[in-house]
Write a new protein. Structure first.
Lengths: 138, 972
């Protein structure tokens, strides 16, 4: 029925994702998982039963978030979650605190490495590419 | 509740309050009528009529009621005659409309604002006349409660059509109206009805077409008003016809007299009525519900019908109004009616036992009412007072009323008559008439209409959630488990039904989805999709072509052009559309062999090239073309090398490369334009665009004119304006673009207002292209970039072979061959075809020898003959040989031939000495021809050489046989 009414059938369309479990990657790097309930022409999303999932290495942790309204411009990508594959994740779930800890450690390590890198580059007379900031990543 | 409906003010309920609330008892009706119509005597004629009515009182059972009726009718007829007055009830006392017996919320007034014509039309378009109409038609049990309830508002009982996915709409109503018309045609012995139907037959379709259109236009309130008004008109017609007919009936002897005497006087009302009838065409409605009494009616009506005919004829003679023509129509319709009257075949028409007949759902008639309708059918013929009847007419009327009353007395439920009449008064905002049948019809029609309007209204976001309709508004946010829970999106059903039911699924209604889709479609709806939605349009076109060809050409092409294995796959004809193909999204990867990663490597580059990633997209800039000639160092070096050694050089190198790429892109703009000149799709779009532009210009001109006229006084200002405007319009912005500008188009020129394709001049474009390509050393650099090679290849496909500047272009291309940069690229080989055509098209040795000179330079034994690794080189040699074969067919040897043979030897030497992987020519030569040619050349050239006294040792390294052998090996 939807296909009959939808002249955009065959093209990627957010309406196809309605009521499906989606993973949404935000521009700030956060990963949300929830059921898409509503979209509009700006790709603003309403996510229901949302969790924020943090991945560190082979571990992940879920923070329950509830209903999420995402401004469309913040969405980097989104995709449906395969329910069958979801059951057999190669990752291990850990508690929220653990994963937050791990995340912090990871970030610290990253910053440390970044510092090292820029220092090394400076010694060779090069500057870090300033415009490779976080905002420009996507 | 009665005063508000979702915040809408309903106190000015100008619509039917009738359907709402419980049905009042008879006494209530009476009281109500007395209250209502007792005070309403402000018309002059009514006084007169009152006197008359008093005289007739003995023969009348319910004088007061009828008086009120007649008054109402009269006033109504006045109102109706004035077509502009659509809302007569404003003159009524509020007590009519604010009675306590119908304390229901008036729904329709709120609809007035929300329903638009578009909404209705859309609905009408979407909702085809439901196929299962007949199912509802025979709803077995139909609680009468529904009658009193506004169907849209919190009806606890599911309405008869509620289960239908598509609610009742006007189409349905049309059908029901048709059904109603049907029975009329089935009283064959009732001449009067036939006569009525004659008119109505014609009117039926007329009404459906025109009136319904009107309904569509006047939505909601207006629609209902109109409808009920029409119904009232019908009633009037019937009533006013009635007395006349009865007069005729009773005074048959005085028939002629009557027609002579009374007709002129009655003409006006009659004619009006008839006219109204033609407008309405629903008069027959009141006959529908008659049942058992139909026979009585028929008997009494039969003569009447005849009389009516006669009257009609008389009126024809009089022909004061349009009546005459109407009657003529009626006469014509007799013929039409007969085939149309499906006697007995109509489901609805079961004259014998009307109780078995279920009312059509659109009418919403409960069975009990059906019976009542039957009983009160005769009231149609009870004489109300026409507006301007003379006393004599009134007398006749009074006489007529007795038999009519007896007729109606035969019905067992006679008593309910006044009650229903009062219902009319209360229900129909237009002061309505006597006929109870009409009352019912009005009620039902209004209900139907309200249903329709409600249904339409439900399309409005602010309404309709409460309506038992799956199209509900989201803003109200309530999920009606019963109706709305079902998901309109089948895809969501698939996912959720398997494991667990998602109770929150379907929060977006179909309507909202459609809204989104419409937004997207709207964006695509430009009229010139080729220009504004190029990729999608071309994509669709390609897909259509692909379906025809049945080849996944796009995928292949895409694969070929993938940067990771651009070198590997043999190029095909489709290569020219690489850029576009890349925009394809396809999922046919699974069928092809798994991709293997072939890392790109450039000369002098260290290690593997990096690929850009999401996190480091900038790195892609590092991939830069490496110049082969370190001495020149003109082009570029790998920035990785440069950056480590001379950091300051990076910007210059980068800038140069970027500039090159930008130049290529600028040339692409011209090339695309050139290509579009032959694209029918593009041309058609350009036509549309041009049309629009012209319209816009006209509009602007008109505007300007108007402005000019406006401030004619301010001549000075006007002059200034015109001066300011002219150069803007006249300046040919992209006309005079010199070489330099073309090359630097992308950088120097900001987006220029795009010229219409139809205005483009092919020669102009070609010369621009040539200017860009032949500028400086650009071409060799461009050929070093894949994009540039594609550009040249696509351009050559568009250039006529006779173009004068083609020669320079080929010289440049062949010169660029010597550069090793091109060696890996098989794309250049595609140029061979064009080269062959070019050479074949040239006459004489000049072009051949020119090319030979350039090529022999490239094959100079002092250098590494990289050119041999490119298929284009030997393909060119082949093409040249072909040409030379033709040219050397002369009796005498020429110097040109000698040069040519020299060149062949150079080629052979290069082939012999090289260790490189020599690419085969695209179109090899036939071996015997080549051998013959070489022999021919040898036979002449040896003499020449000896004559010149050159030492044979110069050619010691290359024997004659070697030459022919090598050439045959590589060229054939």
């Amino acid at each position: 029925m939807a296909n009959n009414l939808n002249p955009l059938a065959g093209t990627a369309h957010l309406l196809d994702e309605l009521d499906k479990k989606l993973m949404v990657l935000l521009r700030d790097g956060r990963t949300l998982i929830g059921y898409l309930r509503c979209v509009d022409q700006f790709a603003n999303l309403v996510l229901h039963k949302t969790i924020e999932r943090i991945h560190v290495g082979k571990e992940y942790g879920d923070i329950p978030r509830g209903i999420f309204i995402v401004r469309g411009e913040n969405v980097v990508l989104l995709g449906e979650i395969d329910k069958e594959k979801e059951d057999s994740l190669p990752l291990t779930e850990v508690s929220v605190d653990d994963i937050l800890d791990a995340q912090r450690r990871e970030q610290d390590a990253k910053i440390e490495q970044q510092k090292l890198l820029s220092k090394a580059l400076k010694e060779r007379g090069l500057n870090m590419l300033a415009d490779l900031g976080h905002d420009d990543m996507f | 509740m009665a005063d508000s409906f979702f915040g809408f003010d309903t106190s000015l309920s100008n619509l039917n309050d009738d359907d709402c609330g419980a049905e009042p008892s008879e006494e209530e009706y009476d009281a109500l009528n007395n209250e209502t119509f007792g005070h309403d005597d402000d018309l002059d004629w009514e006084v007169e009529h009152e006197q008359l009515a008093e005289q007739l009182e003995s023969s009348r059972r319910q004088n007061a009621m009828d008086e009120a009726d007649s008054r109402l009718e009269a006033s109504l007829s006045q109102l109706v005659l004035d077509e502009s007055d659509i809302q007569p009830r404003t003159s009524l006392g509020s007590n009519v409309w604010r009675h306590d017996f119908f304390p229901t919320p008036p729904v329709a007034p709120t609809l007035k604002n929300v329903c638009t014509v578009e909404e209705l039309e859309r609905q009408l378009r979407q909702n085809q006349p439901p196929q299962n109409f007949n199912q509802n038609y025979f709803q077995p049990r139909f609680p009468p409660v529904i009658l009193q309830r506004p169907p849209g508002l919190q009806a606890p009982v599911s309405l008869p059509f509620a289960p239908q996915p598509i609610g009742p709409n006007i189409n349905q109503m049309n059908q029901s109206v048709n059904k109603i018309i049907g029975p009329n045609q089935m009283t064959p012995n009732n001449q009067m009805m036939q006569n009525m139907n004659m008119g109505q037959n014609k009117m039926g379709p007329y009404m459906q077409n025109n009136q319904m259109n009107q309904f569509q236009n006047n939505m909601g309130q207006g629609m209902m008003n109109q409808m009920s008004q029409n119904m009232n008109q019908v009633g009037q017609n019937m009533n006013q016809m009635g007395p006349n007919m009865h007069q005729v009936n009773q005074n048959q002897l005085f028939q002629n007299q009557m027609t002579q005497n009374h007709l002129p006087q009655n003409m006006n009302p009659m004619g009006q009525n008839m006219n109204q009838m033609t407008q309405i065409g629903q008069n027959q409605l009141n006959i529908n519900q008659m049942g058992q009494n139909i026979n009585h009616m028929g008997q009494s009506v039969n003569p009447m019908g005849q009389n009516v005919n006669q009257m009609g004829q008389n009126m024809n003679q009089v022909s004061q109004n349009q009546m005459g023509s109407n009657v003529n129509q009626m006469g014509q319709n007799v013929n039409q009616m007969m085939p149309n009257g499906n006697f007995g075949s109509n489901q609805y028409h079961v004259m014998g036992n009307p109780r078995m007949i279920a009312p059509p759902p659109g009418m919403g008639l409960p069975r009990q009412n059906f019976n009542q309708n039957v009983n009160h059918f005769n009231q149609n013929f009870r004489a109300p007072n026409p507006i301007k009847t003379e006393p004599m007419n009134m007398k006749n009327q009074s006489n007529n009323q007795k038999p009519m009353q007896t007729n109606s007395n035969q019905s067992p439920k006679k008593r309910s008559e006044p009650k229903i009449k009062s219902q009319v008064y209360n229900n129909s905002q237009n002061k309505s008439l006597t006929s109870q049948n009409l009352v019912q019809i009005i009620q039902n029609t209004q209900r139907m209409l309200m249903y329709n309007s409600l249904h339409n209204a439900s399309h409005h976001p602010m309404l309709g959630r409460n309506f038992n309709n799956q199209i509900v508004h989201p803003m109200l946010g309530q999920r009606n488990g019963g109706f709305n829970a079902f998901s309109l999106d089948s895809s969501s059903d698939d996912g959720s039904t398997a494991s667990d039911v998602d109770e929150y699924a379907g929060l977006m209604t179909q309507r909202e989805k459609q809204w989104l889709i419409n937004i997207q479609m709207l964006q695509l709806n430009t009229g010139t999709p080729y220009i504004h939605d190029f990729y999608y349009t071309v994509f669709l076109e390609r897909q259509a072509n692909k379906e025809k060809a049945g080849v996944k050409e796009a995928h292949k092409a895409n694969q070929q052009n993938h940067p990771f294995y651009s070198g590997g796959v043999k190029q095909e004809e489709s290569h020219r559309h690489r850029e576009r193909h890349n925009s394809h999204r396809h999922n046919s990867t699974s069928e092809d062999q798994p991709r293997t990663y072939v890392p790109l490597q450039f000369e002098n580059s260290l290690g593997k090239l990096q690929c850009g990633s999401v996190t480091a997209p900038r790195k892609i800039i590092d991939v830069e073309v490496v110049g082969s000639e370190p001495a020149g160092s003109k082009v570029s070096r790998a920035p990785s090398v440069a950056s480590t050694t001379h950091p300051s050089e990076i910007p210059r190198e980068m800038k140069r490369t970027k500039q090159l790429l930008l130049d290529i892109e600028a040339l692409y703009l011209i090339l695309l334009r050139l290509e579009e000149l032959n694209d029918p799709l593009a041309i058609s779009n350009a036509l549309i665009l041009k049309e629009r532009e012209e319209k816009q210009k006209l509009l602007e001109a008109a505007q300007k004119e108007a402005e000019a006229q406006e401030d004619e006084s301010n001549v000075f200002l006007k002059n200034i304006e015109s001066v300011q405007r002219r150069p803007k319009q006249d300046s040919p912005k992209s006309e005079c673009v010199d070489k330099r500008q073309v090359v630097n188009l992308a950088i120097n020129q900001k987006p220029v207002p795009v010229k219409n394709l139809l205005d483009e001049d092919k020669d102009d474009l070609l010369s621009k292209m040539f200017a860009g390509l032949l500028h400086g050393d650009r071409l060799s650099q461009m050929l070093a970039v894949r994009k540039g090679r594609t550009l040249v290849s696509r351009f050559l496909a568009r250039v006529p072979v006779t173009h004068s500047r083609l020669r320079f272009l080929w010289c440049r291309i062949l010169r660029a061959l010597s550069s090793s940069r091109c060696r890996f690229d098989s794309r250049l080989a595609d140029l061979a075809d064009y080269y062959r055509k070019y050479i074949q098209n040239n006459s004489g040795w000049t072009a051949v020898l020119e090319c030979c000179g350039i090529l022999s330079e490239a094959l100079d034994p002092a250098r590494t003959p990289y050119a041999l690794t490119n298929a284009l080189t030997l393909s060119c040699v082949c093409a040249l040989t072909e040409k030379a074969m033709v040219l050397s067919n002369t009796p005498d040897a020429t110097s040109s031939e000698r040069q040519w043979f020299k060149f062949l030897k150079t080629v052979a030497r290069a082939l012999k000495n090289t260790t490189l992987n020599v690419a085969k020519p695209v179109s090899p030569l036939p071996e015997n021809k080549l051998l013959h040619h070489i022999k021919q050349l040898e036979s002449r050239s040896t003499i020449e050489i000896l004559q010149r006294g050159k030492r044979p040792s110069d050619y010691a390294d290359l024997t004659k046989s070697d030459v022919s052998e090598l050439l045959v090996r590589y060229l054939c």
